[in-house]
Ligand binder design. Structure first.
Ligand code: 4AD
Ligand code: MG
Length: 463
């Protein structure tokens, strides 16, 4: 007897086939003559309907035990389903209950729970339809990302999590310490200095793998990183996490134009791939979370993104017949309301804004000929705002040294980064995609905390 994922049975299972399934009970319905039970095993959104006839061994006891949340193994025969919405169902010959779930205390009930409530039970929420679908789509996105780069010959670089560099120069770093917690003095008058505690040096959790990706691009040409990154910004918004995943391609012999082209091709590829591999989950989001999810995907895949310089974007914002909370002024960063106006209202599709003022961007971005702007680009998505941030990098040694100094940073700390400009320097460019923002964009989920299995925010690092 074969154990098969429910997703596979629902697709290819044939009447009269003998099968065994394993999963968790979603609901149970007792009728006079027999009972139904819906079982989910995480392989897909749909449950498999199981019919329990009184000839199942220990029928009465089993019925009492298969409450919502219980883990079960069911052996039986597939039969055509008379009900709507499913092709087949499973007539049970035997049911084994592995672990019961007491209905008096099990927090997931049949009704819809709010996402706020589900965040308080982070260890159980993946058993709901929505979070389950999110995590399958997240997996499909990750898979598509690797496929996209691997097909194009990009090398996956495992960039370090512990680092001494502040890539973005924004000072939003978590410090790493190897202090033995038991040795920390408990009294208030003994101050503890945590700042030099990575074996006597200063070290942080990385905010970006870009600098290391640049090192590797100077050997392998095209590379990418894909891993967790950390920001110690105290932002409690629906778009910020303290720990999030970032995808960072880096390409040697490439300029800003090539970088923008890659970003657009990349997003189109990932959307197509997820639609192909998770059609039911995507339909579900469209029906239950945001009824523009499928239209958005279609828009991404089939239309060219808008491209506009920062200077032109400012002009458009100044012309807009509306009042923004934050004033629009050349030289200041675009706020989320400005980004959303451009992507959601003005162009109604993703917008790539390029050539930002040098004063608001990181030290490594290449200075343009005008001396006022840098070869930077952000991809702004409807409803999300910035989803990708990237740039052509400064490959000229003297200009880079000056930029580092101007930003009040210490060029000595960047000796190895500057070496890349001393030995075989070349134009290169890359970008960083916020992976959770992509999953939000794709699923229509409103809060970033609900698209990562275990969110870390200033208010929560539980589970
Ligand atoms: O724009 P950012 O800060 O760019 C970099 O880190 C560059 N080093 C990337 C590169 O060129 N290789 O971050 C990149 C993206 C943002 O566009 C956003 O989508 C996401 O990372 N991001 C966050 N996502 C969730 N929570 C946060 N706190 C985030 N901060 C940035
Ligand atoms: Mg950015």
């Amino acid at each position: 007897m074969q154990k098969k994922p429910i997703a596979q049975l629902l697709r290819t299972g044939q009447p009269d086939e003998t099968v065994t399934i394993q999963g968790w009970v979603r609901t149970k319905r007792e009728l006079k003559e027999f009972a139904f039970m819906e079982v989910n095993d995480g392989s897909c959104l749909a449950n498999l309907q199981v019919i329990l006839n009184p000839d199942v061994p220990d029928y009465q006891t089993t019925l009492q035990r298969v409450n919502t949340g219980a883990s079960v193994e069911v052996a039986g025969v597939l039969v055509p389903s008379p009900g709507k919405g499913q092709r087949i169902e499973l007539r049970a010959n035997s049911v084994q209950v592995y672990g019961e779930a007491d209905p008096a205390t099990y927090p997931l009930q049949k009704k819809r729970h709010s996402f706020e409530f589900l965040r308080t039970i982070g260890h159980l929420r993946s058993r709901t339809n929505t979070i389950g679908a999110v995590l399958r789509v997240r997996n499909a996105c990750a898979n598509a990302i690797h496929q996209f780069f691997q097909e194009r010959g990009f090398l996956w670089i495992h960039s370090p999590i512990i680092t001494a560099s502040d890539c973005e120069g924004a000072g939003e770093l978590f410090t790493v310490t190897n202090l033995n917690l038991n040795e920390i003095p408990k009294t208030e008058d003994q101050l503890v200095d945590f700042s030099q505690d990575f074996f006597g040096r200063q070290a942080y959790l990385t905010v970006s793998g870009q600098l290391q990706a640049e090192v590797m691009a100077m050997t392998f040409g095209n590379v990418y990183t894909f891993g967790p990154t950390f920001r110690a910004e105290n932002s409690n918004t629906s778009r910020h996490l303290a720990e999030f995943w970032m995808v960072e391609p880096e390409m040697a012999f490439c300029d800003l134009q090539g970088d923008m082209d890659l970003a657009e091709e990349f997003l189109k590829y990932v959307f197509s791939s997820v639609l192909e591999n998770c059609p039911e989950d995507m339909e579900f989001f469209n029906k239950r979370i945001d009824n523009s999810v499928l239209a958005t995907a279609d828009n991404i895949i089939n239309n060219q993104f808008e491209r506009i310089t920062y200077t032109d974007a400012i002009a458009q914002l100044e012309k807009a017949d509306r009042k923004f909370e934050y004033p629009v002024e050349w030289g200041t960063d675009l706020q989320s309301e400005h980004e959303r106006y451009l992507a959601e209202e003005l162009f109604q599709k993703p917008v790539i804004v390029s050539d930002y003022p040098v004063g608001i961007k990181a030290f490594y971005m290449r200075l343009n000929e005008d001396g006022k702007t840098v070869a930077a680009m952000d991809v702004l998505a409807p409803k999300i705002g910035e989803i990708i941030g990237g740039s052509q990098r400064e490959e000229r040694l003297d200009v880079l040294q000056q930029r580092i100094q101007n930003q009040g940073m210490n060029p000595e700390e960047f000796w190895w980064y500057l070496d890349l400009r001393r030995y075989g320097t070349v134009a290169h460019a890359g970008f960083g995609l916020g992976f959770e923002r992509l999953v939000q964009f794709m699923t229509g989920m409103g809060n970033i905390r609900d698209v990562i299995p275990f969110p870390r925010t200033p208010l929560s690092a539980e589970f």
